[in-house]
Design a binder for this molecule. Structure first.
Ligand code: C2E
Ligand code: CA
Ligand code: CA
Length: 468
């Protein structure tokens, strides 16, 4: 049949294949545009159905300015900000397309539960802003916020057909005599959103003057941190962990620093608490993990003799409560060819946290991936000892304060000895933190503690200072 067609059309085989190929490519292009068209139309239809107008950020701000210019004393309106948590990390693990799919789905769902005639915009990478052309009392605002949260919490089906639950935070502010312009109104809504994160995910907050009095400093820090993330101002320092019987470095602990443009080098106490509150801790955690893996790759390539050198990463309780942590780490880790045994996760006592189930599940998955686990900041609480019962781990790191106290307090010293015996029996090692001089070193060596970390061996420093 094909041969007779060729003969009839007087075409040779090459030209035939070329025409068929071109036809195929044209079909693909047509289908592609058709799908995009349908998607666009779908969004437009949803917006039309609920009489919602969509804006970009500039258009949204101009619209708000205009509303202010036209407002009379009895004109009332409300701005709601919805912060979608975890998007930055999902972007690095799932990719841009999936994240777009998530934001589009949430946007559609939100449009269905806000009053008709509202306006919506992508405020930035992780936040949507909504304008509602009416005054909302606290009850009305709470109802809308709760509906938004409920809708966003319904699992989103990703392009890969897997389901994902997304967490959000919501802030609400209305115009009034204390809120003279559109910029202040947006700031108030942002501040309310930030404050809602204090209570955890899926909470909302309605702006009040009282809130502003207590929050301004935190809000300034929050904005600075957002700029620092955009400006790549975070960096990693490393601190050696030394094997006390050989005197050699066995591992390096990874510690994050902020290279602040005017304040200089800042330690985590200055920025991690607020990042924990806003959820940015998940971003910085994934970022730090990947930076550490890059550094390890380079180091093992240049120094094959260091193939046993371990690098540790701190995971805060808030990170471990994030249900997708282990999966995100798995995706990042897969991109590198580093033995899992060269990576150690430092976790603190978690028995007292909420969401213990999520924490345990994350730790179990990290262990199954083959990473070592270190119990960080081990102290005197009985709950700490209890934690050691049901967990597979490699190191227990004794808090600096604990070591200090043990030197002066006979009873605490005895407890350390018990722990050392227990360690031998259970096949894990102990790291003494805060070894600042040779006296402390002698003391911990006398207790038969295996490893030491502290200024005596080296302060946290940029990798190049340690030949990394
Ligand atoms: P940590 O895990 O207990 O880290 C040890 C802290 O003790 C570090 O403070 C280190 O600089 C300090 N240190 C080390 N040796 C000595 C010593 O001999 N004497 C004294 N006085 N201090 C010593 P840093 O770097 O300020 O970190 C503070 C905490 O921030 C860390 O405590 C850790 O919990 C957290 N952190 C640091 N980086 C990260 C990170 O990437 N992710 C998370 N989630 N937490 C991090
Ligand atoms: Ca640590
Ligand atoms: Ca520690």
């Amino acid at each position: 049949m094909r041969n007779s067609l060729l003969a009839e059309l007087n075409l040779d085989q090459g030209v035939y294949y070329l025409i068929v190929g071109l036809f195929f490519v044209l079909c693909c292009v047509a289908v592609f545009f058709l799908i995009i068209g349908i998607k666009r139309d779908r969004n437009r239809l949803i917006a039309e159905k609920f009489k919602i107008k969509e804006f970009d950020r500039i258009g949204f701000e101009e619209m708000l300015q205009h509303k202010y210019a036209m407002a009379k004393s009895d004109t009332h309106f409300t701005v709601i900000i919805v912060q979608i948590n975890g998007l930055a990390e999902l972007k690095s693990t799932l990719g841009e397309r999936q994240v777009k799919k998530i934001t589009m789905t949430l946007r559609d769902r939100i449009m269905a539960v806000i009053p008709h005639g509202s306006k919506i915009c992508d405020y930035d990478d992780i936040r949507l802003a909504i304008f509602i052309d009416e005054h909302m009392d606290n009850k009305g605002a709470s109802n809308v916020a709760l509906s938004i949260i409920t809708e966003c919490n319904r699992p989103v089906v990703l392009l890969t057909r897997t389901k994902m639950t997304i967490n959000v935070n919501v802030g609400i502010a209305s115009n009034n005599e204390f809120c003279p312009d559109s910029k202040t109104l947006l700031q108030n809504a942002e501040l309310a959103t930030l404050n809602s994160t204090k209570e955890g995910f899926n909470k909302y907050e309605i702006y009040s003057e009282k809130l502003a009095e207590t929050q301004t400093e935190e809000y300034k820090q929050y904005q600075e941190i957002k700029l620092a993330i955009k400006g790549h101002q975070f960096t990693l320092y490393y601190q050696p962990i030394v094997n006390l019987s050989t005197g050699k470095v066995s591992a390096y602990e990874t510690l994050v620093r902020w290279e602040h443009p005017t304040l200089g080098l800042l330690t985590p106490a200055r920025f991690l608490p607020i990042m924990e509150q806003t959820g940015d801790i998940n971003w910085i955690g994934t970022w730090a993990f990947e930076e550490m893996l890059k550094m390890q790759t380079k180091h093992y390539r240049e120094h094959p003799e260091d193939e046993d050198l371990v690098f540790t990463l701190n995971l805060s309780p808030k990170q471990l409560m994030y249900p997708h942590l282990a999966e995100e780490f798995r995706k990042v880790y897969k991109r590198y060819k580093i033995p899992a045994a060269n990576i150690c996760m430092e976790i603190v006592e978690f028995a007292m946290f909420d969401k213990v189930a999520e924490v345990s599940s994350n730790i179990l998955k990290l262990t199954q991936m083959g990473f070592k686990i270190a119990i960080d900041d081990f102290g005197l609480e009985m709950s700490s000892l209890k934690m050691l019962e049901g967990l597979e781990f490699h190191w227990v790191k004794l808090d600096r304060k604990f070591i200090e106290q043990a030197q002066d307090d006979f009873l605490i010293g005895g407890l350390v000895e018990t722990l050392v015996n227990f360690a031998e029996h259970k096949n894990f090692s102990i790291v003494a933190e805060g070894v600042e001089d040779d006296i402390i070193e002698e003391y911990v060596k006398g207790l038969k503690i295996g490893y030491g970390q502290g200024y005596f061996y080296g302060k946290p420093q940029p990798p190049e200072n340690y030949g990394l």
